[in-house]
Design a protein around this ligand. Structure first.
Ligand code: BES
Ligand code: MN
Ligand code: ZN
Length: 511
């Protein structure tokens, strides 16, 4: 997709379609008003007659019948300005592009004054014109993503030319635009990986994808096969892989900033990469199991974040680690009650083989620490409990370092990805006491499943500053009601947030 910024008169935009964002019960901005005047008040008349309400994310296409250069307008309701954040803005634009790309390949977007003001008020961190330009570019690219990749006849259409009007122009904005396109494309690659069925994206396939990323974006690759995992004592990861015919892989990508090493810190991004989760011997019920093809969403996020970090080149060393295996109930599978030892020497009673994510993460966290990480962030579709607690529009965060949690929150705001903290009070430790081993992998009846999982993971963090993101809800949804507000299918969540995290840590964040 070609993207450019322009300060020319919006009435001269000769796109197939111009997106005109506007708010509920608020006057049109100056740019939209100019369109309204050129169309002899058609837009304000529709508002007056309550045909256009501006509810989120109302979409109305208006042919312009030759009165202005653009062929059509898409009036995009953004709801109430005080409720607009980066997440809602991206979802609205994403849905608008997805709906119209069939007939509109050259698209303009009006960045009118009320929009710029609303975003700035909602989240000052992400409210600069640069951040809005980046957000809209990301959203348009995400709107191009299509799900029918394996259909023999699929003609989704796409936006090939994008023009943004109203934010001004200049080198800073041009850089933001370019970054937005790259961030959107990486998000789409993560979504593509998530959507791949289990038979088409095995641990071997995902490791091959990591190799391609390393080659393309200038990262160092380390790939562990089963034999090396055995040598390193990764009994937890290996326990999950036992039930499958597909070999497990542990892949890591290292980014080194150029120039003299000033910053001693090494940020590890650790992703859960279960390419299919049947539950193992603790087999899942049939309903919804197909969604477990996306149980590698954490791995997709850290790999695509590493790709972006290779492109954005922050001044901090980053290590992305993905623990890849299937969770299957084959003849060699781990049985409930089996006890294994993780890389850090701790013994684990596996009382439920469906709590496999925390097992593979235990060894991936141990591995990251052994390779020099000073800060750990893991990301995983870890618990149904997180979905129950917060649903789809936000990721749950837990951790041991308020500083790291704050960097993450800020990176999330910049990315338009919401992050909300859950507590880790000491009482929760009770859940994982085992009679036979150092711990068990699931609680019996103690509630707070998302937190119990984090309490387990904390045992493998080598007391480094650590944050855990449970993206079980935010990574993926196929709920037809939610699809009205949040695009259906995989979201690629946390690829962008984690890509912004290093520059949040160094303070070189973009304006
Ligand atoms: N991959 C699942 C969690 C999940 C559930 C992700 C729904 C996305 C949507 C995970 O491996 C799992 O099975 N977790 C169990 C843990 C339980 C056995 C303690 C769960 O949440 O039920
Ligand atoms: Mn599971
Ligand atoms: Zn799982």
């Amino acid at each position: 997709m070609q993207a450019r910024l322009t300060d020319r008169d919006p009435l001269q935009l000769d796109s197939d379609l111009v997106l005109v964002p506007f708010f509920r019960e608020r006057p049109l901005g100056p740019l939209a008003s100019a369109f309204d005047a050129a169309l002899e008040g058609a837009i304000s008349r529709m508002q007056g007659e309550r045909e256009l309400l501006g509810d989120f994310p109302e979409r109305t296409v208006l042919p312009t019948l030759g009165r202005i250069a653009a062929h059509r307008l898409l009036l995009l309701g953004l709801g109430r300005p005080e409720q607009l954040d980066g997440y809602r803005l991206r979802n609205a634009v994403h849905l608008a592009v997805r709906d119209s790309r069939r007939f509109a390949s050259r698209v303009g977007v009006l960045l009118d004054r009320p929009l710029l003001e609303a975003v700035a008020a909602a989240e000052p961190l992400a409210g600069t014109p640069e951040a809005v330009v980046r957000a809209v570019a990301e959203a348009v690219v995400m709107g191009n993503h299509h799900l029918g990749q394996l259909k023999s006849q699929d003609e989704p259409g796409e936006v090939t030319e994008l023009e943004l009007v109203g934010a001004g122009a200049g080198p800073e904005l041009a850089r933001a635009l370019e970054q937005g396109v790259a961030l959107g494309e990486a998000t789409n690659r993560a979504r593509w990986l998530q959507w791949q069925p289990g038979n088409r994206l095995t641990p071997t396939d995902l490791a091959a994808e990591a190799e391609r990323i390393a080659a393309r974006d200038g990262l160092e690759l380390e790939l562990l096969e089963r034999a090396e995992m055995e040598r390193l004592g990764m009994g937890a990861l290996l326990a999950v892989a036992r039930g499958s015919h597909e070999p497990p892989k542990l892949v890591s990508l290292r980014y080194r900033p150029e120039g003299p090493a000033g910053d001693e810190r090494v940020l590890a991004l650790v992703g859960k990469g279960i390419t299919f989760d049947t539950g193992g011997i603790s087999l899942k019920p049939n309903a919804g199991m197909v969604q477990m093809k996306a149980d590698m969403s954490g791995a997709a996020a850290v790999l695509e974040a590493a790709s972006l970090i290779g492109q954005l080149r922050p001044g901090l060393q980053v290590l992305a680690v993905a623990a890849l295996t299937e969770n299957m109930p084959g003849g060699g599978a781990t049985k409930p009650g089996d006890v294994v030892r993780a890389m850090n020497g701790k013994s684990i009673e596996i009382n439920n083989t469906d709590a496999e994510g925390r097992l593979v993460l235990a060894d991936a966290l141990g591995f990251a620490a052994s390779r020099g990480a000073t800060h750990l962030v893991d990301v995983a579709t870890l618990t149904g409990s997180a979905v129950t607690a917060v649903g789809y529009p936000v990721s749950a965060a837990m951790g041991t370092s308020p500083e790291l949690m704050e960097w993450l929150r800020r990176a999330g705001a910049l990315a338009g990805e919401r992050i909300w903290p859950f507590p880790l009070y000491p009482e929760y430790d009770l859940a994982l006491r085992s009679d036979i081993a150092d711990m068990r992998n699931t609680s019996g009846t103690t509630p707070a499943g998302a937190i119990n999982a984090a309490v387990f993971l904390r045992q493998f963090t080598s007391e480094l500053p650590w944050a855990h993101l449970d993206i079980a809800g935010s990574a993926y949804h196929v709920d037809s009601e939610w699809a009205r507000l949040v695009p259906r299918g995989p979201s690629g969540v946390m690829a962008r947030t984690l890509a912004h995290l290093p520059s949040e840590m160094t303070g070189e964040r973009p304006s």
